[in-house]
Design a protein around this ligand. Structure first.
Ligand SMILES: Cc1cc2nc3c(=O)[nH]c(=O)nc-3n(C[C@H](O)[C@H](O)[C@H](O)COP(=O)(O)OP(=O)(O)OC[C@H]3O[C@@H](n4cnc5c(N)ncnc54)[C@H](O)[C@@H]3O)c2cc1C
Length: 412
């Protein structure tokens, strides 16, 4: 690619900022434009439901790079600038103000957005979502001692918000349509651990409930009405019912989209000059031999740089084992692997499950490790990922035995 070819990144996100960093680190000296709809510098989202939300981390700790980094590295950072269209024939993107930016190669890191609650009253004041730093500020203001907080959805965002609210002294009720939290991700065996965790911290967990409407008074939320006719009184409602990838630009431009922007293992879309990375990308994963879309921090962190290298013409096959983590109260967890809902045969536990210090392994019918989750046990991510990557049958009894060395099991 000639030096005067412009590289344009849409989405001033973690994936986008990391891609820009890699392009420069790999020696790309041509024009580089990073465009973001938000007014903020690219930032990390995990603290927004953890330390930042709890007031334990300052705002300047969340940024991917400090402000001067962009000018120092000749990255033309355009914030508060939404891209409204991709003109593939002209190799240009259009911005909301009508201006155009030409590209030789384009990277989409547009991420995802929270699904909105589709019920009456969802537009009332005090119905809150958690994606941006401003959202986190709104939650923090609502989480006061004695406030009644209803959380709709017991996924990662809902549970982390519930933990932060409890730690601020709020009374918290979690409303979930399934029979356990995180059921689709973890299955019943391990999901129970998170139910117990929140119950032990005084959260009122209500499973198998359907939200019918948000009740309000004078334009402000007063509670959540359930399908059984009862109402849960609330001063604020946090909605965490999942996210959807921001694929509009790609779809309107006629690029292949399925559950995200469909890309190959080199993160290249159906248009050879357009790439995608992070939450928005549905990428072919060589290890799993299928397309997956991963909505987690490590994927954005690593796919951005991988896409940058591919855009520079390097040979790239993104095959990292999917990884994510959570922190709730005094529980820290890391999860490596990928399991479809109900896509496993059995779960093997090693360690003290009741004491929340253990590793869980998800196995298929041939005793191959599909995923592993370490809870309050550290420095085991590498052997767990090696077990997943090896794809060989492992003796379940040895997996369950804390005396059996994980590295040896992965290597054997
Ligand atoms: C509160 C919270 C807590 C989280 N905690 C964890 C955690 O503990 N562990 C974990 O593994 N993951 C966590 N995640 C997930 C992780 O943060 C995401 O996977 C990651 O942020 C995805 O990064 P991304 O670069 O793909 O896009 P995003 O972070 O979604 O950013 C995309 C950016 O693109 C911009 N954009 C979109 N469309 C346009 C357009 N047309 N023009 C210009 N700009 C556009 C958006 O405004 C946004 O700024 C958390 C997420 C949230 C919200």
């Amino acid at each position: 690619m000639a030096e005067d070819t412009s590289y344009v990144i849409v989405g001033a996100s973690l994936a986008g900022a990391k891609a820009a960093e890699t392009l420069r680190a790999e020696g790309f000296a041509g024009p580089l434009v990073l465009i973001g709809a938000e007014d903020e510098l690219p930032y990390e989202r995990p603290p927004l439901s953890k330390d930042y939300l709890q007031g334990k981390a300052e705002r300047d700790t969340i940024y991917v790079h400090p402000r001067p980094w962009y000018a120092d590295n000749e990255v033309d950072l355009r914030l508060g600038a939404a891209v409204t269209g991709i003109d593939r024939a002209a190799h240009a993107v259009t911005l909301a103000d009508g201006s155009r930016v030409e590209y030789g190669r384009l990277l989409l890191t547009t991420g995802s957005a929270p699904r909105r609650l589709p019920v009456e009253g969802a537009g009332l004041d005090g119905v809150l979502y958690l994606r941006s730093v401003d959202d986190s500020d709104r939650l923090r203001a609502a989480f006061t001692s004695g406030a009644r907080i209803a959380v709709i959805g017991a996924g990662w965002i809902g549970l982390e918000a519930a933990a932060a609210a409890r730690q601020a002294g709020a009374d918290v009720t979690v409303l979930e349509v399934a029979d356990l939290p995180l059921l689709r991700v973890l299955g019943p065996e391990a999901a129970e651990v998170f139910a117990a965790l929140h119950r032990d911290h005084g959260v009122d967990l209500r499973f198998g409930v359907q939200v019918a409407a948000i009740a309000g008074e004078g334009g402000r939320v007063s509670g959540v009405r359930l399908a059984d006719g009862s109402t849960v009184a609330a001063d604020a409602v946090v909605v965490g019912i999942g996210i959807a990838p921001n694929v509009q630009l790609a779809r309107e431009a006629g690029i292949d989209v399925d559950n995200g922007v469909r890309v190959d293992a080199a993160l290249r879309s159906s248009d050879p000059d357009i790439y995608a990375a992070g939450d928005v990308a549905s990428a072919f994963h060589p290890l799993l031999a299928r397309h997956i879309r991963v909505e987690h921090w490590a994927n954005a962190l690593n796919q951005g740089p991988a896409a940058a290298r591919a855009m520079l013409g390097q040979d790239v096959a993104y095959d990292r084992v999917p990884y994510f983590y959570t922190d709730q109260y005094d529980l820290g967890m890391e999860y490596s692997g990928y399991v479809e809902p109900d896509g496993y045969d059995r779960v093997v536990f090693r360690g003290d499950v009741a004491g929340r210090e253990f590793i869980a392994f998800w196995l298929d019918g041939s005793s191959r490790v599909l995923a592993g989750m370490n809870v309050n046990v550290w420095d085991v991510t590498e052997p767990i990922q090696a077990l997943v990557r090896a794809g060989r049958p492992v003796d379940p009894a040895a997996l369950a035995d804390p005396a059996a060395d994980l590295e040896s099991l992965a290597g054997s």
